[in-house]
Write a protein that binds this ligand. Structure first.
Ligand SMILES: Nc1nc2c(ncn2[C@@H]2O[C@H](COP(=O)(O)OP(=O)(O)OP(=O)(O)O)[C@@H](O)[C@H]2O)c(=O)[nH]1
Ligand SMILES: [Mg+2]
Length: 417
């Protein structure tokens, strides 16, 4: 339905804390072993479906969402604290698209959640890097940067309540009275040509009412505007049959049966839907209500003009909606976990060689380039990943410029072919 709520957001996870490169130290004693603790992981940004939220409006107003950074590790093997996670509540039914407009999550049901941006891993302290031949590693890993993503969220509002009635019965007038929707209203049939949705707020709760074009006898055979627009109420939890006490050309007594027949012809399941009979325009001809009540004792009467009966009607309908929601099977959402193929690879770039691949880029990100030992360790990691071999195979020669992320260095193969 043409009632789509949208928000474009940027989610920024926290960076991991740096590992510490300290040495055990006691007064009057020689320098001890490495004792630098690990940095804490950065906080992630989480999107979670929660019924307390009705729209994406708040996110459109505050589109930058950041989680907290991890704390650096410290001497005496002290670990840094984790960064604060940031949980963003979205209405159930929110779907999430990534930068390339690929659907990555459908947070359909209460509590469904996804990690929108993953916090960076904390860097390891130098306690991890001691080996028999290198007892005093004077370096530690830096924290990994937190993930950053641009996402587009979309929410499709579905009608909880479908208003069904003959043309001119007062459907649009009722919706304009109980919600902020401003549909066109006029004293002739077929005023409404496309459905309108109105959000009805009752305290903390809200539900969505659909005002659809009027239905006539034979709509399922194409009479009037036909019955195609009934698909907009197909998933409505509750149907309200609005019958017009002021109708001049028809007897409203038969309206409910006629409307039911048309609904069932469109979709037999609609015949089973919880429903309520509502007599409209009671201000015009209250006497006619008695006849309606004789046939449909459970019917209610309202006047969208004077306001009579509206509160009771809303109370009954909202109870029916609540019950239907409670009985409904939980909506099943999903989060697509795309494992991106991202092998290490080498391509020519200008006069240099560029190395791509998340593992290689991560190794760069966590390296402290102020420290000679850290750089040596990086070199060993790159060799182990096959970077040197790939460069050789691509035709790189000693001294050529190699680029990984923002870092450039010269190719100095260790292994001789
Ligand atoms: N007196 C009185 N008039 C009403 C009431 N509700 C609606 N009307 C009038 O009835 C006429 C039709 O109202 P709409 O709300 O446009 O009716 P609708 O059911 O949406 O009609 P379609 O869109 O054509 O199917 C308008 O002239 C309204 O002012 C009511 O409670 N009392
Ligand atoms: Mg209308």
């Amino acid at each position: 339905m043409a009632f789509v709520d949208e928000a474009k957001i940027k989610v920024i996870a926290g960076d991991g804390g740096n590992g510490s490169a300290s040495f055990h130290h006691e007064p009057y004693k020689p320098k001890g072993g490495p004792d630098g603790g690990d940095g804490g992981d950065g906080g992630s940004v989480i999107l979670r479906a929660d019924r307390s939220v009705g729209t994406l409006l708040n996110l459109s107003d505050h589109p930058y969402i950041k989680a907290g950074p991890g704390v650096n590790g410290e001497r005496s093997r002290r670990y840094g604290a984790r960064g604060k996670e940031r949980v963003v509540l979205v209405p159930p039914g929110t779907v999430v698209y990534d930068e390339d407009d690929v659907l990555i999550a459908d947070l359909a049901g209460e509590g469904n959640e996804m990690i929108a941006a993953q916090g960076g891993r904390g860097g390891k302290g130098n306690v991890h890097f001691a080996t028999p031949t290198r007892r005093a590693p004077a370096f530690a890993q830096k924290g990994e940067p937190g993930e950053e993503r641009r996402l587009r969220l979309e929410l499709r509002l579905l009608a909880d309540v479908g208003l069904v009635g003959f043309p001119n019965a007062g459907k649009s007038t009722l919706v304009s009275r109980i919600s902020a929707a401003k549909p066109k209203i006029a004293a002739y049939p077929f005023t409404t040509l496309v459905p309108n949705l109105g959000v009805v707020k009752r305290g903390e709760k809200s539900f969505v009412v659909a005002d659809i074009p009027g239905l006539v006898e034979g709509a399922s055979e194409g009479k009037g505007l036909g019955d195609r627009f009934l698909r907009h109420v197909r998933r409505a939890a509750v149907l309200v049959f609005l019958i017009d006490l002021a109708a001049e050309d028809r007897d409203p007594l038969n309206d409910v049966e006629v409307l039911r027949r048309e609904l069932v012809a469109f979709d037999p399941e609609l015949g089973e839907r919880p429903s309520l009979i509502l007599a409209s325009k009671v201000d015009v001809d209250p006497g006619r209500l008695d006849d309606v009540l004789k046939r449909h004792p459970e019917a209610r009467a309202i006047s969208a003009v004077t306001g009579e009966g509206i509160d009771i009607f809303l109370e009954i309908v909202s109870k029916l909606v609540d019950k239907a929601r409670a009985d409904a099977p939980p909506a099943v959402g999903y989060v697509r976990h795309v494992v991106k193929e991202d092998p290490v690879r080498v391509v020519r770039e200008d006069e240099a060689w560029r190395v791509y691949g998340k593992r290689a880029e991560r190794a760069i990100a966590v390296t402290d380039f102020e420290n000679e030992e850290a750089i040596e360790r990086l070199q060993r990691r790159l060799v182990a990943m096959g970077v040197e071999r790939l460069l050789g195979a691509a035709g790189a020669e000693e001294g050529d410029e190699v680029r990984i992320s923002e870092v450039n260095f010269n190719f100095q193969p260790e292994e001789q072919p």
